[in-house]
Design a protein. Sequence first.
Length: 495
Amino acid sequence: MMFFRATCLAVFTSLTIAADSGHLPTQLLRNAEQAEKPAPLLWVAVQQNNLQAKQRLLEHADTNRNQYWLEMLIKSGYSPAALALSRLEDNPRITQRLVRLAARGGVAEAQYEYALTRDDFSHRETWLKAAAEQGYFVAQTALADWYLLHEKQSEAEPWLEITATSDSQSAFQLAYIRWQQGKEDDGFELFKRAAGQKHEQAENVLAVLQQYQPQSISALSSATPARQTQACKQHIQPFATGLAEMVQAKRIYQQYLSDKRLKSLPLCVNKPIWLERDAINCDANWQGQGRLGCNIEALEPVVRQRGFTHAVILAKSGKANVNNGVMYLDVGDTYSVFVHELAHFVGFVDEYPLTRSFAKEYCARQSAPNLVFLGALTYTPLSNIEFWQSIEFPVTLYPSRTCKNIGVKSFKPSDRITFMENHDAKYIPPIYLSIWSSLLNNPKIQRPIAMNFFQYFERSGNTQKAAYWLEVFRQQRAVTVPDAVAEPVEEKYQR
């Protein structure tokens, strides 16, 4: 009897063990591999907190777009399922909640996606950083970009160092940082790395570095100047104040050389010059005027030696403008902006609504070569209309918005939006080109850089240099300026 009871106990124990082993996660996972419907078996293992089972059930539910099992996984606390379910959800509000749930659960991809829904700096930084610290590559590059966008270069730099090895854009961005830090060799190698991955901007930078080198003011002012062409009535010299500016200067110069619209104009643009670091002081809010400007006194010996009449200075940032023979552009200004500002060199006035202060100045003066104004009895100046008719007859006048902000009506000889109203329109009417050419051939209306130097030295009390540049100004205009004139009229234009 005792033997029989012992035998029965052994059999019962073995059966119990066999039954329990069927619920072990390892066995459940193996059984699920062979099962037609693996989800229920995987779910049993999920309830035992088996990570592999969670991952496999998520994969199965995601592949089969099974929302039920995704919801069950979410209820079990498995955050990646919330991100997977967000891909299947049509309601944007529910989708965002699911992404946020996954992000809070530590899912790097969800943290990255949730970050992109936040526009404020700190929230986006927090979530991008959370994803980046988990090694999520896309978040690392996005975090670096976010810091650079907000001019936090020191915060961006460590992330760029991580991503630059495999991302050409990161290598390119880090290269510029190294160059700005004075580590030109490191920057050059990073530019090469990015260019080797077919990064177009890096290739452009390498082309500039192979063709140009920064030059000092002393070297420029002692070098033998190039011969000036008599046929050119304006000799324009572009200067770049940094590497990015030099890349843009080269691009603008090449586009100018291929611009068929301007071929008939008697002006010359010289090959750009790359100035040494800190050779000239520039500021986006020059003298509190809200626009880009530079202390051009540093260029005075260069202008003396080389004899160009106008300068273009490309600096880091600021509002494009023209001031008596000097054009200021920043690295974001395109070739179309350059052409727009180039027309200001001969007095063309903007055809978009000027600010009240500028409108009061130019609309009261009523001397724009591309506009006439409605006076008490007729249009003024009538000489403009007479000249336009000598080019194109009959001339039809169309409203211009130049003086809109002060209630003065102005008119232009074109029915289309021209490059003076919107530089991106790029349209230069033939009559405008004829006006432009005529103005270039009239020395009396020129406002060369000599005027700028005269004004600067006159204000600073340097009478010797002021007298020198006043004489240069007189010679370039080929007219007699009375000695009583203390300062020529200043011409300022801005985009």
